[in-house]
Design a protein around this ligand. Structure first.
Ligand code: FAD
Length: 425
């Protein structure tokens, strides 16, 4: 008989693995250190601006098949606001120029030949610049295979890659950048329609996933921080929590879906990324003006992306390590001055909140990417999940959901305690 699967960590990776396995009829126990699920992708009530906000603005694209598959399965898709077509309005705060990036639906990028659809100041041949990235060998930086300057770089490649990689693109791993380009612009507009959880990440992802799991008999335990794993030869033998030890029976399995720092402390000899980059979000309690797009890309400004939620305007700044020690009031004032210009709203600072996630994602450099471990470990009943495992994608919702699917697949196909493969049985 199949044993229990203990999933450690209720971020998107752990939830994705748990949903997949509970959906396949496995008995799942989910252990989460915090008093809530969602990890780096969740909503919370913020008393400073008296609103439920997300820890960070999260953008999905229509080509994110794993994330959308999860949302469909758990019933969270209706909580996402999807743009009808792949349109990305942009503003250049220095020159005042505005344009809209509109890739055509199919894979053949004929939009590049239409000057009205191109980024202003660019020519069709400029769009071939990332070919070097698409053909890059392993462990090289984008900057060594693509020229990281010029109008198109500043107005298209840098904003897109910076948002996806949370790393200055010229220093980022070219293979990771290539995968982003393949799954987005190179896949055509059909893969690039933006989706935002305007009702909150918890309403879209977390609550429906927990409901799905409960309905399938999964046990969900909060405030259960895993302190250590006892190993015996090639298997995990016990899970030591602060107040409890769970002995693992022969058929039990473990999905470790915690961040890399925690995983390194729990699994001897594990290599994992050790460098991280921050993301800063500034939330302003003010309804967006009529006609404000769901998402506005901004160049030549501190603001990189401006999200319009029904009750607030919210700014994302990636790879924001340089802003960690800036005084919060100064940051809020500077960003609001930019938002006021971009939206035409009055310069008076509304109620605001600044959320700084210091370790938002691992640094997507060739050095850190090389440290990402595979799903399977040297222990036969322990697999890994998390946006930092070797998914082929940078640290994103899509990457973390795929890592959970990989972990679930490894658990489901693992031979059982008697050495027989359940698939074959
Ligand atoms: C501000 C911000 C903005 C982002 N924007 C985007 C975006 O626009 N688009 C996008 O696709 N991605 C975005 N991301 C990335 C995305 O949020 C992450 O890739 C994803 O949420 C990671 O999920 P995870 O499950 O791998 O890790 P985590 O969310 O970190 O989950 C790990 C879980 O393990 C728990 N845990 C830790 N230690 C233990 C322990 N010892 N015992 C038990 N539990 C433990 C933690 O509490 C946590 O719940 C953003 C991230 C941030 C921070």
């Amino acid at each position: 008989m199949a044993g229990t699967v203990h999933v450690i960590g209720a971020g998107l990776a752990g939830l994705s693995a748990a949903v997949e396995m509970a959906g396949a009829g496995r008995r799942v126990v989910l252990h989460e250190a915090a008093g809530f699920a969602g990890g780096r992708c969740r909503s919370y009530y913020d008393s400073v601006i008296d609103l439920v906000i997300d820890n960070g603005n999260h953008l999905l694209l229509s080509g994110n098949w794993a994330a959308l598959g999860l949302l469909r399965r758990i019933g969270g898709l209706s909580a996402m606001q999807a743009a009808e077509s792949a349109e990305f309005p942009f503003a250049d705060l220095a020159s005042g120029e505005r344009w809209t990036l509109r890739p055509n639906e199919g894979r053949l990028p004929w939009w590049i030949l239409d000057s009205r659809r191109r980024v202003p100041g660019t020519r069709a041949p400029d769009y071939l610049a990332p070919l070097g990235v698409l053909r890059a060998p392993e462990s090289v930086a984008v900057g060594s295979v693509m020229v990281c300057r010029g109008a198109l770089y500043e107005r298209l490649w840098r904003p897109v890659l910076l948002a996806a990689l949370n790393t200055e693109p010229c220093e980022a791993d070219a293979r990771l950048a290539a995968q982003i380009l393949r799954e987005t612009l190179a896949a055509g507009g059909q893969a690039c329609r933006p989706l935002v959880a305007t009702g909150g990440l918890t309403a879209a992802f977390i609550d429906p996933a927990l409901r799905f799991l409960k309905e399938r008999g999964a046990e969900i335990l909060f405030s259960q921080s895993l302190r250590a794993i006892d190993f015996q030869e090639d298997r995990a033998a016990a899970l030591r929590f602060a107040n409890d030890t769970v002995a693992l029976r022969a058929a039990d399995q473990v999905v470790l879906a915690v961040p890399p720092v925690a995983a390194r402390g729990l699994v001897p000899g594990l290599t994992a990324p050790e460098k991280f980059h921050a993301i800063v979000n500034a939330h302003f309690r003010i309804p967006p003006p009529p006609g404000q797009p769901l998402l506005l890309g901004v160049v030549n400004a501190l603001t990189e992306w401006l999200f319009a939620y029904p009750d607030r305007l919210s700014v994302t700044i990636s790879c924001a390590d340089r802003l960690m020690d800036e005084p919060r009031e100064k940051l809020a004032e500077t960003i609001w001055r930019e938002v006021a210009v971009l939206t035409g709203l009055a310069p008076d600072l509304p109620r605001w909140q600044i959320v700084r996630e210091r370790r938002a994602t691992f640094a997507a450099t060739p050095e850190e990417a090389a440290k990402r471990p595979a799903t399977e470990t040297r222990y036969r009943n322990l697999v890994l999940a998390g946006d930092w495992t070797r998914t082929g994608l940078p640290a994103t919702i899509e990457g973390s959901v795929r890592s959970g699917l990989n972990a679930a697949a490894a658990v489901i196909r693992a031979p059982d305690w008697a050495g027989r493969s359940r698939d074959a049985a």
